[in-house]
Ligand binder design. Structure first.
Ligand SMILES: Nc1ncnc2c1ncn2[C@@H]1O[C@H](COP(=O)(O)OP(=O)(O)OP(=O)(O)O)[C@@H](O)[C@H]1O
Length: 290
C-alpha cells in the first residue's frame, strides 16, 4: 500500500479566466477519510448523498464519501450491491443507461459533474475507465493507444505518447516491435494492459477500473495488481473488485457496499480488514456471507 501524506491543499491557480476544462478543475480541500488521522490528502472525488434508481428499483442509497488523490480506493461488496453503478456515477456513464436516474452531488475537484454546464465527454477525458473484459479495438496496438487522442483531436507527439503509455502500462517491452499488429492478437493479460495504456494516453486524473483482473489468469492478475499500485503514484485509481485479497493487497482505502446499495463502511484498507467498525463488514470480509 502506498500511503502518501501531503498536508497541503494545492490550490488555486490564480488565473482569473478559466477555460472550459479548467472549470472542472476547481480545488476541493476537504480532507479525505481516515479513521487513523494519518492520511490527509487532497480530495479528488467527493460524492454527497448519491442515490441511483434503475426505473423504480433503487441501486444506491445516500452514498457520501471522499476519494483522495494518487491512491487506490477499492469498492467491495456482494454481487448487485451497486459498486459498478457508483463507479459509473463518477464519469456519468450512467447517463448512457435509459432507465438510470442519479440524484445527489458528485464533485470532481470541487466541481459538480452533474451541473448543467458540464460536458460528459469532456468529463470522461479526465476520468478514464478500464472494464472487466479486455476490449481492445480491432486496430493496431499503436492505433488503440492513440484512439482517445484522435477522437479528442488532441495534438502532440503520438510516437512519444504511445511509447510512454505502453511503458506506464508495463507492456512496451513485449510489443515495441509489433506496434502495427492487431491488439486482438495479444494475450488476455496483454490486452488488458493495452486497454490501460489506451485509458492513460490522454492523461486522465482519475482511472476507474471495474474488476480489471477478474477475467485473467493468476500471473496476468498479479501483473495488473503491480501495475495498479504503480499507476497510483500518478493517478487517482478507483477499482471495483470481488476479490478481498486483492483489495487488501493493493488498495489504500476500501469502501464496503452491502445489499441494497448501502455504503456500510469506508476507511483505510488496513482498518477495514483488521478492525472494522461494523459487524456486518466483519462478517462480509471474513466470508460469513456474500
Ligand atoms: N443497466 C441496468 N439496468 C437495470 N438495472 C441495473 C442495471 N445495471 C445494474 N442494475 C441493477 O442495479 C443493482 C446494482 O448493480 P451493479 O452492477 O451496480 O452492482 P455490482 O455491485 O457492481 O454487482 P456485480 O458485483 O455483480 O458486478 C443490481 O440490482 C442490478 O441488477
Amino acid at each position: 500500500m502506498s500511503q502518501q501524506n501531503t498536508d497541503e491543499s494545492s490550490g488555486g491557480g490564480d488565473s482569473p479566466d478559466p477555460t472550459d476544462d479548467e472549470m472542472l478543475i476547481q480545488t476541493d480541500v476537504s480532507e479525505s477519510v481516515s479513521s487513523s488521522g494519518s492520511t490527509r490528502r487532497e480530495t479528488v472525488v467527493r460524492a454527497e448523498d448519491i442515490n441511483v434508481w434503475y426505473g423504480d428499483d433503487q441501486a444506491l442509497q445516500d452514498i457520501t464519501l471522499s476519494i483522495p488523490e494518487k491512491s487506490v480506493t477499492a469498492m467491495v461488496g456482494p454481487s448487485g450491491c451497486g459498486k459498478s453503478t457508483f463507479l459509473r456515477c463518477i464519469n456519468r456513464m450512467n447517463d448512457l443507461i435509459d432507465s438510470a436516474r442519479v440524484e445527489g452531488d458528485l464533485y470532481l475537484r470541487g466541481k459538480n459533474v452533474y451541473d448543467d454546464d458540464v460536458d460528459p465527454v469532456a468529463l470522461r477525458r479526465r476520468v478514464g475507465m478500464v472494464f472487466q473484459k479486455p476490449n481492445p479495438f480491432p486496430k493496431s496496438i499503436y492505433d488503440n493507444v492513440t484512439y482517445g487522442l484522435e477522437i479528442q483531436n488532441k495534438g502532440g507527439d503520438y510516437d512519444e505518447i504511445v511509447e510512454r503509455s505502453l511503458k506506464r502500462a508495463a507492456l512496451w517491452d513485449e510489443v515495441k516491435d509489433q506496434l502495427d499488429e492487431s491488439g486482438l492478437d495479444l494475450s488476455g493479460g496483454q490486452q488488458q494492459r493495452l486497454c490501460i495504456a489506451r485509458a492513460i494516453a490522454p492523461d486522465p486524473e482519475v482511472l476507474l477500473m471495474d474488476e480489471p483482473a477478474s477475467a485473467l489468469d493468476p500471473v496476468a492478475t498479479s501483473q495488473i495488481e503491480d501495475l495498479i499500485e504503480e499507476l497510483a503514484q500518478d493517478y487517482t485509481v478507483v477499482i471495483v473488485t470481488h476479490n478481498m485479497q486483492q483489495a487488501a493487497r493493493i488498495s489504500d482505502q476500501t469502501a464496503v457496499f452491502l445489499t441494497g446499495g448501502e455504503l456500510v463502511e469506508f476507511d483505510d484498507t488496513q482498518k477495514i480488514f483488521e478492525n472494522p467498525e461494523s459487524q456486518r463488514v466483519e462478517d462480509y470480509i471474513t466470508g460469513k456471507f456474500g
